[in-house]
Design a protein around this ligand. Structure first.
Ligand code: WTA
Length: 658
């Protein structure tokens, strides 16, 4: 565990921040929750009577059979081992699709998609219903059953959402692998959970070129013995190799499939999906989400935090490869019957104004993105924004990392035209749904603060010893009580689940984040306090990058740390010692950077590679990351160094700085 104050580069300006923004009268007039009093009263009730509160929310969805108990508390009343909606039967695909397709939203657009080359597709709820049912039958036809794990490695196209919903429909557990990951990452994920099938596509468009998803998948599958079938969606028509007996085309299988596929009755605690995320060890962990609680909390947070209304066009720019895409491109908004915008490509293709063009063209009213994207927009210049009206926007949101007040203000001024509330939403892959965020018609916002907890959520700031920390001071962010959408397990590894989240602060869920609460009860996130990096809003483990580095033949040892970066939030800095006989050079630096990109994916490519003769270690052999972090950030070496194994190492490292 490291010092909390090291968290982010934005901290200084957040500490000085004292502006408050009230929602406009116009926004309030239409909002589901329209005053602070109403929020506070609902919040109080959700804490005093959580079962009543969540049962009411759950009854807005369709259940095949009612639950017998809303909440079976976990260990010491925490979320550990807690169960929600015991005995209840439902299907999330049914709630996202059938509920609307068979009702008044039949002809309402569900997915509004734009490809990078500019092609547009609109799928109504009725269309989505037909596609999902057929594809569910394709999966069944391949012998996929309830409980089987299915890997999905695709780009952002409607078929990706259809694939998720088809899995959920038959009770297959999907495991989406972000399309930017490399073959090695597919191998680890597929094998960890013994996936039986993989769904992919020929290639996808990104910044004017193609990502060869099928080719990368083929390379990975040489090392994945459990995969029996591969379904390939034809997106670009670029020729790919098809392995007879294993690979089938999406379109051909669809033609042959039956039209109707009734949704499986899933138990509330049945697995819905796996999503791998980085932790503090070398291998990402497969977080397991279950059905009922996840459905209810993604539904309710979408409704209230995004204040969804019938006529909204809602756009979350996250890729479905990350949890934000699962909860807030697919499951949350579709359960609400929203029109969901999806875009395939890069924000700066062909020009830096692509997002704003999309907003105007499709009359997007809710726009949810990452601070790192906002910082890129500010760098590209306001002229790209000002070419467009953006008049359809009424609400903005951010997620994935702390937002610095400067970026918040730019978003507020240039995109929101000082009219749109901004919801800064704090949550994690593990929490499944939003935990801390303003209710936009009710809670005044402060730039850089995620503001106040969602209903039913009880955040606490504590010391390393688990003692409460007074307002205004930084500490560890934990959640004492249970909430419905919490991930129930790390796939196949109960010890890791317990160790990672439930041991650090006994009796509470430990987030791994530092935070402080101000006198108004607002939460200010301060960044990770563990060895998890947040690079451009993407979560990466230092050990994961280190494992990739030492897999390079010329690298002996490696230590990776984050350093503050104006654009990415954090940049990756790797300290590397070489095997005997190899000489440090710029070429080798590039080679090593490329190597990591090839092993994990471009998002993990180190920004800096620094060669050193040895790494600073404590007497017990632990790498002194704090020192490396300070070096990487160009700071002075502070603190106690008396446990250094070799004092000369520091001197050497400093000499080698450019
Ligand atoms: C960080 C993404 C500050 C945090 C949904 C967390 C944030 C990690 C915010 C989870 C926010 C996410 N303000 N920090 N609004 N949202 N984070 O699992 O460090 O990809 O622990 O989930 O992102 O990242 P993950």
């Amino acid at each position: 565990m490291t010092a909390i104050a090291e968290g982010t580069a934005n901290l200084d300006s957040s500490l000085r921040e004292n502006r408050v923004f009230e929602p406009s009268q116009e926004f309030r007039a239409k909002a589901h929750i329209s005053s602070l009093e109403q929020y506070e009263q609902m919040y109080r009730r959700s804490i005093e009577k959580p079962e009543e509160f969540w049962a009411e929310a759950a009854s807005e969805l369709e259940w095949f059979a009612p639950w017998t108990r809303v909440l079976e508390p976990g260990r010491d009343g925490s979320g550990f081992g807690a169960k929600w909606f015991t005995g209840g039967k439902l299907n999330l695909s049914h709630n996202c699709v059938d509920r609307h397709a068979t009702g008044s939203r039949r002809d309402k657009v569900a997915l509004l998609w734009e490809g990078e080359p500019g092609d547009v597709r609109k799928l109504t709820y009725a269309d989505l219903h037909a596609e999902v049912q057929r594809f569910a039958n394709v999966l069944k036809g391949l012998g996929i059953h309830k409980g089987d794990r299915v890997a999905i490695y695709m780009g952002m196209c409607p078929e990706l959402a259809i694939a998720l919903l088809a899995c959920a429909r038959i009770g297959a557990v999907h495991s989406v692998i972000f399309g930017g990951f490399a073959a090695h990452a597919i191998v680890d994920r597929v094998n960890d959970s013994s996936c039986v099938a993989l769904i992919t596509q020929d290639t996808s468009y990104r910044r004017g070129s193609e990502i060869h998803l099928k080719k990368i998948a083929d390379e990975a599958l040489e090392q994945c013995p459990t995969i029996k079938n591969v379904v390939v969606y034809r997106r670009t028509g670029t020729p790919v190799q098809m392995k007879p007996g294993r690979d089938v085309w999406w379109d051909e299988s669809m033609l042959a499939a039956e039209k109707e596929c009734p949704a499986e009755w899933m138990d509330a605690e049945d697995p819905l999906y796996l999503l791998y995320t980085s932790g503090t060890t070398g291998k990402p962990k497969g977080l397991l989400h279950t059905t009922g609680g996840y459905a209810v909390q993604t539904y309710l947070t979408s409704k209230y935090v995004f204040d969804l209304h019938e006529e909204d066009v809602y756009w979350c720019t996250a890729d479905i490869g990350w949890v934000t895409g699962h909860s807030y491109v697919v499951y949350g908004p579709l359960q609400n019957g929203a029109t969901v915008m999806m875009y395939e490509g890069a924000p700066n293709w062909p020009e830096c104004d692509r997002f704003w063009k999309i907003v105007d063209a499709h009359k997007v009213s809710i726009f949810y993105t990452a601070p790192t994207a906002i910082r890129a927009f500010t760098k590209w210049g306001v002229e790209h924004v000002r070419k467009h009206s953006l008049a359809s926007l009424r609400l903005l949101g951010t997620v994935g990392e702390p937002i610095n007040p400067e970026a918040w203000m730019w978003f507020h001024r240039e995109i929101g035209k000082e009219r749109c509330p901004i919801v800064d939403t704090y949550w994690q892959t593990e929490t499944g749904a939003i935990m801390i965020a303003p209710i936009p018609g009710a809670v005044p916002t402060k730039p850089g603060s995620a503001t106040r907890p969602f209903f039913g959520i009880v955040p606490e700031i504590v010391s390393k010893e688990g003692q409460p920390i007074t307002d205004g001071k930084g500490g560890l962010l934990v959640f004492r009580t249970s909430w419905p959408s919490l991930a129930r397990a790390v796939y196949g590894n109960p010890e890791r689940y317990e160790q990672a989240y439930w041991v650090e602060v006994p009796g509470s869920y430990f987030t791994g984040d530092g935070a402080r609460r101000d006198a108004d009860g607002y939460y200010w996130l301060m960044g990770r306090v563990d060895d998890v990096l947040n690079v451009s809003g993407h979560r990466l483990g230092t050990m994961e990058v280190e494992s990739a580095l030492v897999a390079h033949a010329k690298v002996a040892e490696a230590a990776v740390v984050g350093r503050p970066d104006d654009l990415k939030g954090q940049a990756i800095c790797a300290f590397v010692t070489l095997e005997e006989g190899h000489i440090a050079s710029d070429e080798l630096k590039q080679e090593i950077r490329q190597w990591v990109a090839k092993e994990i994916g471009a998002l993990a490519r180190p920004d800096d590679v620094r060669f050193t003769e040895a790494l600073p270690k404590t007497r017990s052999g632990k790498i002194m990351r704090r020192l490396l972090r300070e070096l990487a950030s160009g700071g002075e070496i502070k603190g106690d160094t008396t446990t250094l194994e070799d004092f000369t190492v520091i001197a050497k490292l400093r000499e080698n700085e450019e």
